[in-house]
Design a protein around this ligand. Structure first.
Ligand code: AMP
Length: 637
């Protein structure tokens, strides 16, 4: 049987034969105020899509559905870990957005101004995002778990004049104050922020600076007499900017436009996720990440379906929270991350019992490689093989999926561990460091060989950095920074960040392969590995392993795990040392920070760790590493 079926093959061929015609037809699936003059215009290292076309991302997400008689359909459901549930129909959401749009104008916000949103994933934050794009201003959402330093960097880079925040966010039952962090960021960064608007949810007093700070209700009151009309935007005007998850001190702000971004995420919603307007869709992400922008907010609303936004931890107040939300809302499609999947896996299938998950038709995962053991658990054990669990790959910069399983067109066989094929319209290659193509199965650098509509056309305020970081290394190609291989069937296998590949003797081993091998053992909940310099072999593997709840680390478990890795990967995968820990360092978006482990084992400063979820993980890794070294030293004669 042919792996890539005839339907998908035809889409791919159409796109390859005439990429501009292909993306032109994709754009025609959405209404425009005015049709474009040119589909694509190259201005290296940047480019423009649908030049001269007029649209508005927020208008197409809301007004057009109300206009077609869909106003009574549920648009947004917010759920929270403390059980609060709110429902907005398309008509209600549009009304709320119009009011906020007028109020933004009342604050003096105009087209092109940057508005920062440092808020949890709540209804008001989503209303604001849509209101900002409605009036042609540009939002910068900053994940409400970042501290004042990271917030100041982002506000400063964006030049935000207005900041929206809440008094608190809730995480695992704890109220975490946000307003003092905004105050500290503005002071530390000496930022020229003119207005801070505070959504109050808790009852405690919040320090307010007279003349600068406003309560949410005062903000809304400013809508009186202001227009709530949408702006007509040229396709290439930015809708929002968003920091990539890169961890350098100076954030990189990807730019996403009203036109190309809209076409890209809408197309992927249909082709990859198979979204229809009758779907009840839940992306478990946070509005602070690109997944939240594209697949909690914009694409589901462009489609016209019901989107669920959840504030809190997926395992709070009980490990059944995830299942409760799916069952009570009759969710038909879910999008989560491997980190969340491994969290659920840690509790086993027991918490799911008693919840009807039969509304679910498909599940998607992105953010890291969905390790085959986690895929196996999700699809086979949890979902009884009834529902496909589909990995797909993308980045903040790409706005939406690039590699995936085109479920919405015609589903291909799933190969666990592979993110799928380049979706129709997206061209990807794996190359050697000199730019020559890799053979099938050969690991190399993953590059994108042609711009597509949702790819960031620049970095906000730093086009030179855009050229240098993405397009300069291999001219004419966008370097993703990831390593991977393409197999004989065209499936892409991501192996981790290119600069994290471990080189043992003459072999190059992806960090992901080793971590997947550890996860194949039933006692392992999480694993993170890095390469440690070794005089004999170049590098050996230094592994940090989190055992599942109830498993006690022991010497015999260590031996079993080493044996498992050897079995899975063969003798080349030399594990130099294995540490049992409670946590591995991760970003707040759930990605393992291997460079931090590398710094620990090299006794180096880990550099900027403002994006880390829990600093205790660094101290723990360091402690484990030093203890091991002390023990080894003690064994020396
Ligand atoms: P971000 O910009 O925060 O969305 O992170 C993008 C990075 O996450 C990519 O460059 C990859 O390293 C990683 N990533 C995202 N999705 C996947 C996936 N399905 N498989 C492997 N890595 C992924």
């Amino acid at each position: 049987m042919e792996t890539i079926n005839a339907v998908v093959r035809r889409w791919q061929q159409d796109a390859a034969r005439d990429p501009e015609g292909f993306w032109e037809r994709a754009a025609e699936a959405l209404p425009w105020f005015r049709r474009w003059e040119r589909v694509f215009e190259s201005a290296p290292p940047s480019f423009r899509w649908y030049v001269g076309g007029q649209t508005n991302l927020s208008y197409n997400a809301l007004d057009r559905h109300v206009a077609r008689g869909w106003g009574g359909h549920a648009a947004l459901v917010t759920e929270s870990e403390w059980g609060e549930r709110r429902v907005f129909t398309y008509a209600q959401l549009l009304e709320a957005v119009k009011q906020a749009a007028a109020a933004l104008r009342g604050l003096g916000v105009r087209r092109g101004d940057r508005v920062a949103i440092y808020m949890p994933t709540c209804a008001e934050a989503i209303v604001l995002m849509l209101a900002v794009t409605r009036i042609g201003a540009i939002h910068l959402v900053v994940f409400a778990g970042f501290g004042s330093g990271a917030l100041a960097d982002r506000l400063g880079a964006a030049g935000a004049r207005v900041v929206f925040t809440a008094d608190v966010t809730y995480r695992k039952g704890r109220a975490v104050p946000l307003k003092p962090i905004v105050d500290a960021a503005i002071t530390e960064g000496r930022l020229p922020v003119e207005r801070v608007v505070v959504l109050r949810r808790g009852s405690d007093a919040v320090p307010m600076l007279a003349g600068r700070d406003l309560e949410w209700d005062e903000f809304l009151a400013g809508a009186a007499g202001q227009s709530s009309a949408h702006e007509v935007m040229e396709a290439n005007e930015p809708a929002y900017i968003l920091a990539t998850s890169g961890t350098t001190a100076k954030p990189k702000l990807a730019v996403h436009t009203h036109g190309g971004y809209q076409v890209g995420i809408y197309s992927a919603a249909r082709w990859c996720f198979g979204l229809r307007d009758t779907d009840i869709w839940w992306s478990t992400s946070d509005i602070g990440w690109v997944v939240g922008h594209s697949y909690i907010v914009y694409a589901p609303l462009l489609i016209g379906c019901t989107t669920i936004a959840y504030e809190g931890a997926l395992d709070h107040p009980t490990p059944a929270t995830f299942y409760r939300i799916v069952a009570e809302n009759h969710v038909t499609g879910v999008f989560t991350s491997p980190t969340a999947a491994r969290l659920l896996m840690r509790y086993g299938v027991e918490p799911a019992r008693g919840y009807a998950l039969d509304s679910l038709e498909r599940a998607f995962c992105a953010g890291e490689v969905l390790n085959p053991p986690a895929w196996q658990w999700l699809q086979k054990e949890l979902l009884g093989d009834r529902v496909p669990v589909i990995d797909h790959w993308w980045q903040t910069e790409t706005g939406g999926p690039v590699v995936g399983n085109p479920y919405g067109l015609a589903m291909l066989p799933i190969k666990p561990g592979s993110a799928g094929i380049p979706l129709p319209g997206f061209e990807l290659a794996v190359v050697r460091p000199d730019g020559t193509p890799c053979a099938p199965g050969e690991r190399g650098l993953v590059v994108l060989t042609r711009p597509f509509p949702s790819l960031t056309p620049t970095l906000w305020g730093d086009p030179e950095r855009y050229r240098r970081d993405y397009w300069e290394r291999l001219p004419g190609r966008y370097v993703t920074g990831d390593a991977g291989a393409v197999d004989e069937d065209g499936y892409v296998w991501f192996a981790g960040r290119a600069d994290e590949i471990i080189k043992i003797a003459d072999h190059r081993i992806g960090t992901v392969e080793v971590e997947s091998a550890f996860l194949a053992h039933p006692a392992v909940a999480e694993a993170a590995v890095t390469g440690r310099p070794d005089p004999l072999r170049g590098e050996v593997i230094s592994a940090f392993v989190v055992p599942k709840a109830g498993v006690t680390p022991s010497e015999s478990l260590r031996q079993e795990l080493l044996q498992t890795v050897r079995q899975e990967l063969g003798p080349v995968a030399v594990v130099g040392e294995l540490h049992f820990v409670n946590l591995v360092p991760k970003t707040r978006s759930g990605k393992i920070m291997r460079r931090v482990l590398k710094a620990v084992i090299l006794d180096r400063d880990p550099g900027d760790i403002s994006t880390i979820e829990d600093e205790g993980s660094v101290a723990e890794a360091r402690e484990a590493w030093h203890q091991m070294r002390a023990a080894l030293a003690g064994q020396q004669p």
